[in-house]
Design a protein around this ligand. Structure first.
Ligand code: COA
Length: 193
């Protein structure tokens, strides 16, 4: 899959993304998908809340409880303030909300979470979002070498999408009584010699 960045990412630009000023445009030639990735902000609380609280998103999460608005605001502020959270949102050119990707960093490992808005599911967005966002995350966090995705065993779409993005099965975990497959992506060594 060929993803063309319509703006070249420089270190300056990545710094600006972190400061919530800029994002990056992407175009995936193979799927004819165009999208804009930028850091999440507190003003995005409503769209994030609505997506995260959809039944299908809750059903496929580790914590399946419905989210309460005030808890969400506190949770989001904490995530956005944390240096160990890399939280991106994707939009169309028309500014429609495509979805969210979050990396929670713990030493050399990031845990990933992704959800796509209802109108954009089934169009192949998730694989290109995984591929493009992980590159930004690896650039931003030089100590991170592994990304883990915990996927509910019934979540076939998610398993397919992570596999297409290069993740491989690591092990299984039972969390809150549900079985999850843990898929892992390892940073590619740019200088193998
Ligand atoms: C899971 C999710 C991220 C997938 O994103 P997406 O962009 O809609 O992915 P796609 O629709 O392109 O589906 C990926 C693949 O799964 C297949 N698929 C989708 N639903 C399926 C189903 N119910 N059974 C079997 N295969 C299915 C698609 O055909 C596609 O395969 P293909 O590329 O070989 O044709 C998205 O559906 C979502 O946000 N779901 C709710 C939240 C969630 O589950 N997040 C992941 C938690 S780990």
């Amino acid at each position: 899959m060929q993803i063309i960045q319509t703006e070249i990412i420089t270190k300056v630009m990545i710094t600006e993304i972190v400061n919530n000023k800029l994002g990056t445009n992407y175009f995936c030639k193979e799927k004819n998908i165009e999208f804009f990735l930028r850091k999440a902000r507190n003003v995005d609380a409503k769209i994030i809340f609505e997506l995260s609280n959809e039944d299908v998103v809750r059903d496929n999460s580790i914590n399946t409880n419905k989210i309460i608005w005030d808890d969400h605001l506190n949770w989001l502020s904490a995530r956005l303030e944390s240096k160990n959270c890399f939280y991106l949102l994707a939009f169309t050119k028309e500014d429609d909300f495509i979805g969210q990707i979050r990396y929670d960093i713990d030493n050399d490992t990031a845990s990933i979470s992704i959800s796509i808005s209802k109108d954009f599911r089934g169009k192949g967005f998730s694989t290109v979002l995984l591929t493009s966002s992980v590159e930004l995350m690896f650039n931003q966090y030089s100590k991170v070498n592994f990304v883990l995705a915990k996927i509910h065993q019934k979540n076939i779409a998610s398993t397919k999408t992570f596999t297409k993005a290069g993740y491989i099965h690591s092990h299984q975990e039972v969390i809150n009584g549900n079985e999850f497959d843990v898929l892992e992506l390892t940073r590619k060594d740019e200088n193998p010699n």
